[in-house]
Design a protein around this ligand. Structure first.
Ligand code: ADP
Ligand code: MG
Length: 722
């Protein structure tokens, strides 16, 4: 019997059920059945309370009202089999957190089901174990979660989940949801004000998000046979298979049965939770897939994305699969992103980033398009910071990844329209507006459908009626990126409004004032627009000439969070205080250091416990063979193969040992560095390079050592699910 853990795992796969179980479900029959929706509420609550909860008005919810809602929620949840409730929130590391409490209580010794208004409104998890970036010293441990009235409660398993904010008792935010909600409010105010320049019927503006989620699926048994996957989410070593993605046969290819079973069950569970999941397909790399929902209001869409990631994990288990959200689980094939499709929509049902039919619509479209570009031009580094993490560096900036330059792609038609508008002389601007621009824009919808979305290399692309922020990592919460995008666009819209009003006050006609300013913005923000191949070397050089930053590693990318510009952007709108920004910067930097520290430890473990023992075993086999051959009188040239192999293996094992030792010395130095940022930079610059060097030798060994001696599941086994 072979005790090789890899073989044992492969044996397990053979026992799996590979047949397709047709379980497609009619979405309309189950959609939202586990959600405390407005319709359900109307069943259990007086109409005026339901209306109050769903109205745009902000303000406190009275205790009596909370009690009534809590009681209704409890009755509904128990009817669906729930026994517990939890405040479901988004701390600054990890995706979501929950602490379950039972409805069960004793009243005068008698068991009852209890869920009061105060249970609904507030809960106190032990906040001391969540990162706070020095905001709240551990001994205080005073943070609380508070009900987010704008996102409906739902049931997972037997638990009623209440989407919540996470705040310290001193009022600082400890999560992603609170600032996100603030930015949604800020955009609403700023954009509505701008809309009203042209259309008084617009009274509110909502941010919409449709996140496309990429992920890998691997067999569970193989996953557990790889300590690196289990502990870090990615393979730290692993030789490239003969066939990777070079045949380009996976993208949109047939979905394997096992994966299809997983997808169908995932979709069913998502639909029950009111997540409008809609699209599923294979992605570029073998083993890589994508799913996407219909877009929704940002706050809900983000809750739904996080919830979906959770559900994906749970459903995968049932199919003996493991979902990898890591941005680069495998070297040599594509990584995974989460494309954040972002737009703005009005209470009148208008998508502000959709070119319209009338001149007025098109002017409105140009305003929002150009202001967004301008905001990104002014804050490219800030936007870059939002997606910076140890894992996402592999998708932007690292050796195998494209450069980490933020730019905006518009598509050739729109690009040329902005160029025309820029060149139009001020005196002629009225003429331009009436003829050229009008013509150009009116033709746009048809042309754009073909032209857009071709540039898959752009980190921020306009795709017909929305912007697609593609640089977001697959494992990330969408909120950090969306918080920054909303903040900078809201500030930009406020500035724009102010500038237009100043011109109008001086007697300029409104449309002319608008176009005059847009024209200037086009010139000022031109540098950030790029239509070519973002992955090319030429772009790196061109960007350098343009003065655009290419910040390849997280520790430096995070600097933008605490730059004077960032502090101004955030404090002006009251989204985050300087103190909170510093706290967030600290947490992200610390997380970076910890992630790499864990990776380094696991790498060492893999080398000493898996790679070197296999190498030594083979060396023994080779040297025994040589001894035997010598003993029966073979000459050196007759055991040359064995000797060469022995030497080659020896070379690699020595290389590995040498570099691991050097890396350990660097770690010792790291521990003497006080300043967190310096420490992170040291890790990025002095330690990370060893990962690559060590990996190279280890991968060479994998290719040399007999298959039955290699202990870790190989790429071809992990990547090609039948
Ligand atoms: P692709 O980018 O792959 O061509 P789609 O055109 O289907 O894919 O759109 C991708 C995502 O964009 C979907 O989740 C979709 O709901 C979302 N989306 C479409 N319109 C908007 C919008 N106005 N605001 C936000 N997201 C949107
Ligand atoms: Mg897309």
């Amino acid at each position: 019997m072979n005790n090789n853990p890899r073989y044992l795992a492969l044996d397990k796969i053979q026992s799996r059920d590979w047949s397709l179980q047709i379980t497609g479900t009619k979405a309309s029959e189950i959609f939202g059945e586990l959600v405390f929706t407005k319709e359900v509420m109307l069943h259990y609550l007086p109409e005026q309370i339901v209306e109050m909860i769903h109205s745009h008005e902000t303000g406190q919810i009275k205790r009596e009202t909370a009690n009534i809602v809590a009681n209704a929620m409890k009755t509904w949840a128990i009817s669906k089999g729930a026994t517990h409730y939890t405040h479901w929130f988004q701390p600054l590391t990890g995706l979501t957190a929950e602490k379950h409490d039972s409805f069960f209580d004793l009243e005068n010794g008698k068991p009852i089901d209890k869920f009061s208004g105060s249970n609904l409104v507030q809960q106190e998890p032990d906040a001391s174990s969540f990162p706070s970036g020095g905001i709240r010293s551990t001994f205080e441990a005073r943070g609380y979660t508070a009900w987010d009235v704008t996102s409906p409660a739902f049931i997972v398993g037997t638990t009623l989940c209440i989407p919540s904010l996470f705040i310290s008792y001193t009022g600082e935010t400890l999560d992603y949801k609170t600032p996100l909600l603030r930015t949604i409010h800020a955009i609403d105010k700023a954009a509505t004000q701008v809309c009203q320049l042209l259309d008084k019927s617009i009274e509110s503006v909502n941010v919409t998000l449709g996140p496309e989620q990429e992920y890998f699926l691997v067999d569970e048994a193989l996953y557990y046979a790889r300590p690196d996957l289990v502990m870090t989410g990615r393979t730290l070593i692993g030789a490239a298979p003969a066939r990777g993605q070079q045949l380009e046969d996976h993208y949109f290819g047939t979905i394997p049965n096992r994966v299809m079973n997983f997808m169908m069950e995932l979709e069913r569970e998502c639909l029950k939770l009111g997540i409008p999941i809609r699209t599923r397909h294979n992605e570029v790399a073998p083993g890589q897939y994508e799913c996407a929902p219909l877009f929704e209001n940002l706050n809900i869409a983000n809750d739904h994305n996080l919830l979906m990631m959770d559900i994906m994990d749970k459903v995968a288990k049932k199919h003996h699969l493991k979902v990898l959200f890591h941005e680069k689980p495998f070297a040599g094939v594509n990584g995974s992103g989460k494309h954040n499709n972002w737009s703005l929509s009005t209470n009148t049902g208008k998508n502000l980033l959709s070119p319209g039919r009338t001149q007025r619509d098109n002017l409105m479209f140009l305003i929002f398009l150009i202001n967004t570009i301008k905001a990104i031009h002014r804050n490219a580094d800030l936007l870059r910071s939002s997606i910076a993490s140890a894992s996402n560096d592999h998708r932007l900036g690292a050796n195998e990844a494209p450069p980490a330059i933020i730019s905006v792609f518009l598509g050739s038609h729109l690009d040329s329209i902005l160029n025309q508008l820029e060149k139009a002389s001020l005196e002629n601007i009225e003429f331009v507006f009436k003829s050229e621009i009008k013509l150009g824009i009116q033709k746009m919808p048809e042309i754009m459908k073909d032209n857009t979305d071709r540039n898959r290399t752009s980190p921020f692309a306009f795709t017909g009626n929305k912007f697609e922020f593609r640089a977001v990592g697959a494992s990330a919460n969408c909120a950090p990126g969306m918080i920054i995008l909303n903040t900078i666009v809201a500030n930009q819209l406020n500035t724009f409004h102010e500038e237009v009003c100043q011109l109008v006050d001086k007697g300029t006609q409104k449309e002319v004032a608008i176009l005059t300013i847009l024209k200037r913005y086009i010139t000022e923000s031109k540098n950030i627009r790029f239509e070519g191949n973002n992955y090319s070397v030429e772009w790196k050089q061109e960007a350098l000439k343009r003065g655009l930053n290419n910040i390849t590693q997280t520790p430096k990318a995070l600097d933008a969070i605490i730059s004077p510009n960032s502090i101004e952007e955030f404090t002006k709108l009251g989204i985050l205080s300087e103190h909170e920004l510093h706290a967030r910067h600290e947490i992200r930097t610390e997380t970076y250091c910890k992630k790499i520290q864990i990776e380094a430890k696991i790498l060492e473990e893999l080398i000493y416990q898996y790679v070197l023992p296999a190498a030594f075993k083979y060396q023994k086999l080779l040297s025994d063979t040589i001894q035997n051959l010598i003993s029966i009188g073979f000459h050196k040239d007759e055991y040359q193969v064995q000797l060469d192999l022995l030497k080659e293996i020896n070379y690699h094992t020595n290389e590995i040992h040498k570099n691991l030792t050097a890396m350990k010395l660097q770690w010792q130095e790291t521990s003497t560095i006080e300043n967190l940022r310096d420490k992170a930079i040291h890790i990025a610059e002095k330690i990370l390079p060893y990962f690559e060097i060590i990996r190279k030798s280890s991968d060479a060994l994998e290719n040399l050592i007999p298959d039955d001696m290699w202990l870790l599941p190989k790429y071809r086994e992990l990547l090609f699910i039948k």
